[in-house]
Design a protein around this ligand. Structure first.
Ligand code: PLP
Length: 366
């Protein structure tokens, strides 16, 4: 079986680096707020080109904490995409604000800035773009809209670690960038983990306090916060993987190029790269007409595939009463036709050839 992602292959390759580093952290014994987290935060800040990064418990927490620290709450609206994982909108609701869903660009599956502009109203406080599947959202247009309307921009970078937009890393241009280190993300740890990036000193201080029960000095609490920390063992794993992330993302682009070449004459739409080289391919997602039948053909051939995402968020029962939206025909159409193929750095060319051979045969035999 060719899986969607092969975490075992990556572990085997990194085992010689991981095992001694994990053993050293176990011997050290400072499991929360130890030296590994601090070193990781500094290394990621340098890598992203930001002043501060703050580790936390998950990508969902990163979004929630960033929204809360930005002062967004009841009565506020946050414009975002309905074509994403639930966590994006969940965090908006958790701070008491309302998600306002606007439609996406059918080529990139990212927020359409014209739709964002049309949805800005008196209660709008923030724009929350998702760099979906690893492709940077159109940040120039989004930042310009935010500046003109005095809105904050909080970036959901859960799928885009290492992606650059016009030379800027995702997560370095908005007020805050929110990252997830869930195991299957392109920078993943061995459990849950997250991180917030930002440039502002005061915001960083507030986030450090909020993730630790609202405390800057031990046992002094100026406000109620949360328990949301990145732990030492996860930081050890992430420090090792960070050293390889450029290579991993380059390998993902190699796999994407080969998929694209091999599917060139096939009646499926491959991912459209807004600008070549910026996409880090957290997912390689096709649009196709006979999705269910194609997925079955792949399964029969021992190839995994997945639908990210089958139901746009405005159609989710949990969000029904909490969101505002107009017609969202592109999101609905994409949700009906998207199919993601196996994608991980260790996927070999021969495997891509086998997968695309099955897809081509499926269409040849009609
Ligand atoms: C994974 C993901 C999240 C949430 O991250 P967790 O670490 O699982 O909480 C948020 N947004 C998007 C787009 C994601 O893919």
């Amino acid at each position: 079986m060719i899986p969607m992602v092969d975490l075992r292959a990556q572990f085997e390759a990194l085992r010689p680096e991981l095992e001694p580093a994990l053993a050293a952290a176990l011997e050290d014994g400072r499991f929360v707020f130890g030296p590994q987290v601090q070193a990781f935060e500094e290394e990621v800040a340098a890598y992203l080109g930001v002043a501060h990064t703050i580790g936390c418990g998950s990508g969902t927490d990163a979004l929630f904490l960033a929204l809360r620290a930005a002062g967004i709450g009841p009565g506020d609206e946050v414009i975002t995409t309905p074509f994403t994982f639930i966590a994006t909108a969940e965090a908006i609701c958790q701070v008491g604000a309302r998600p306002v869903f606007v439609d996406i660009d059918p080529r990139t599956f990212n927020l359409d800035p014209e739709q964002v502009a049309a949805a800005i109203g008196p209660a709008t406080r923030a724009i929350l773009p998702v760099h979906l599947f690893g492709q940077p959202a159109p940040m120039d247009a989004i930042l310009a809209l935010a500046a003109n309307h005095d809105l904050v921009v909080i970036e959901d970078c859960a799928q885009s670690f290492g992606a650059r937009h016009d030379g800027h890393h995702t997560g370095s241009q908005g007020l805050a960038g929110c990252f997830s280190f869930f195991p299957s993300k392109n920078l993943g740890c061995f459990g849950d983990g997250g991180l917030i990036s930002c440039q502002d000193d005061d915001l960083a201080r507030r986030l450090r306090s909020l993730r630790n029960h609202g405390s800057e000095t031990r046992y002094h609490h100026d406000e109620l916060g949360h328990n949301s920390r990145l732990d030492e063992l996860q930081a050890v794993v992430l420090r090792v993987k960070l050293r390889h992330i450029e290579h991993f993302n380059e390998q993902r682009r190699r796999v994407a190029r080969r998929y694209r070449e091999c599917l060139a004459d096939c009646p499926v739409q491959c991912p459209v790269e807004e600008r070549v080289g910026e996409h880090v391919y957290h997912q390689f997602t096709l649009l196709c007409d006979q999705r269910e039948r194609l997925a079955e053909a792949l399964t029969r051939a021992g190839i995994a595939s997945a639908i990210y995402y089958p139901i746009p968020l405005h159609r989710q029962k949990a969000l029904h009463e909490h969101c505002r939206h107009g017609a969202l025909p592109v999101s609905e159409d994409v949700a009906r036709h998207c199919l993601s193929l196996p994608m991980y750095p260790e996927l070999r060319d021969e495997q891509v050839d086998y997968i695309t051979g099955v897809i081509r045969a499926f269409h040849d035999n009609g």
